[in-house]
Write a protein that binds this ligand. Structure first.
Ligand code: KG4
Ligand code: ZN
Length: 338
């Protein structure tokens, strides 16, 4: 079964065709990074306008790359939640029009479920149940993936998401948008033990995260150094910050794996591209003989192949939307109401 996936929840307009949830036949991603760079972050209205301009060329490219016509596609999956509402609406409306015109089923997909599905595209041997650490720009969750469409959230962030913490720390260190990946590059040139930063825990909730205290510690450190006229080694600070985040995430994931008896683990979302996190988790999981899966780098960030993949599994489980489908800026991963 061939599913056309469409993604427009933030600053990437993307379309892709995936067969049986695991084989990528085409993938087209138009990133707006350059557009938003001058503002230091994503400007929602600009994002919506660019999606409107780009969506038809991106879908046409995905179709022509695959050599398929729209008629040869079996269904159209679209990110309907969560994300920037004006951005989501572009994809949802376009997908509805396409389904109406071509007589195809419309499949709504939760963006974070899509990030998790990115692992199936590179590792088709990965099958639920397993434990997944989801770390993106807007979400940080520890999720039991009970089945392809059944999830149980056991931990979540109480304040900033991991990607948000990377972006805010990067901004404080003077790096341009998109901060996370630039901080990662600088961190690789620094000493991860140069600065001692806090690893906040949430009392009584061993699997929850809190990153705002860590972010504030970085901001205070930079402020104090400036006031005293001291030189900070920004590469050392980036390395120390990255190492601290990687430790927090690794500790929580391994604690949950031990307590809940999972020996298959996965990581998903934009921050799964982080070199420090990949290295630390790989080493610990090897030591403890746990099977660990990461998406390949091109599938860590937003793309439509992951939406087409999850769309396939949603459709198999009976999920289909009517022509009254709406977009939603927020929706829990374990309770999708379409
Ligand atoms: O999953 P994603 O592409 O979008 C959301 O669904 O939110 O995640 C984007 C987030 C951003 O905060 C970005 O800075 C972060 O992922 N990110 C990274 C890296 N690459 C992307 N953070 C740390 N290290 C990276 N290499
Ligand atoms: Zn995303």
């Amino acid at each position: 079964m061939k599913i056309l996936g469409i993604e427009s929840s933030c600053d990437e307009t993307a379309a892709s065709i995936v067969e049986d949830g695991v084989r990528i036949l085409s993938s087209s991603v138009n990133s707006q990074i350059k557009e938003h760079q001058k503002f230091g972050g994503v400007v929602p209205e600009i994002a919506s306008r660019r999606h409107t301009e780009n969506i038809i060329p991106v879908v046409q490219e995905a179709l022509s790359q695959s050599g398929l016509t729209l008629q040869e596609v079996d269904g159209i999956a679209v990110t309907a939640a969560p994300g920037l509402i004006g951005a989501l609406l572009v994809g949802v409306n376009f997908a509805k029009g396409l389904c109406l015109a071509a007589g195809k089923p419309l499949i709504p997909v939760h963006h974070i479920r899509g990030h998790i599905a990115a692992n199936y595209l590179a590792h088709p041997e990965l099958k639920p149940p397993y434990l997944c650490l989801v770390v993106s720009g807007g979400h940080s969750h520890l999720v039991e993936v009970l089945d392809y469409t059944r999830f149980h959230v056991i931990g979540r962030t109480r304040d900033d998401a991991a990607g948000e913490a990377f972006d805010k720390a990067a901004r404080a260190m003077g790096f341009p948008y998109p901060g996370g990946v630039i901080l990662d590059g600088e961190a690789q040139k620094g000493n991860p033990n140069a600065y001692c930063l806090p690893k906040p825990k949430v009392d009584g909730s061993p699997y929850d995260f809190s990153f705002s205290g860590l972010k504030t510690a970085v901001i205070n450190l930079i402020h104090n150094a400036k006031q005293k006229g001291e030189e900070l080694n920004v590469q050392d600070l980036a390395a120390s910050f990255q190492n601290t985040v990687a430790q927090i995430l690794t500790e929580r994931l391994l604690l949950a794996a031990h307590n809940l008896h999972y020996n298959v683990l996965a990581v998903a979302g934009g921050v799964s591209a982080n070199s420090g996190l990949r290295a630390m988790l790989s080493q610990k999981c090897q030591q403890e003989k746990l099977q660990l899966y990461f998406p390949p780098l091109p599938l860590c960030g937003d793309n439509a192949a992951m939406i087409a993949s999850q769309g396939y599994f949603e459709y198999q489980s009976g999920i289909q939307a009517g022509m009254d489908l709406n977009a939603s800026p927020s929706m829990p991963i374990d309770d999708c109401l379409w």
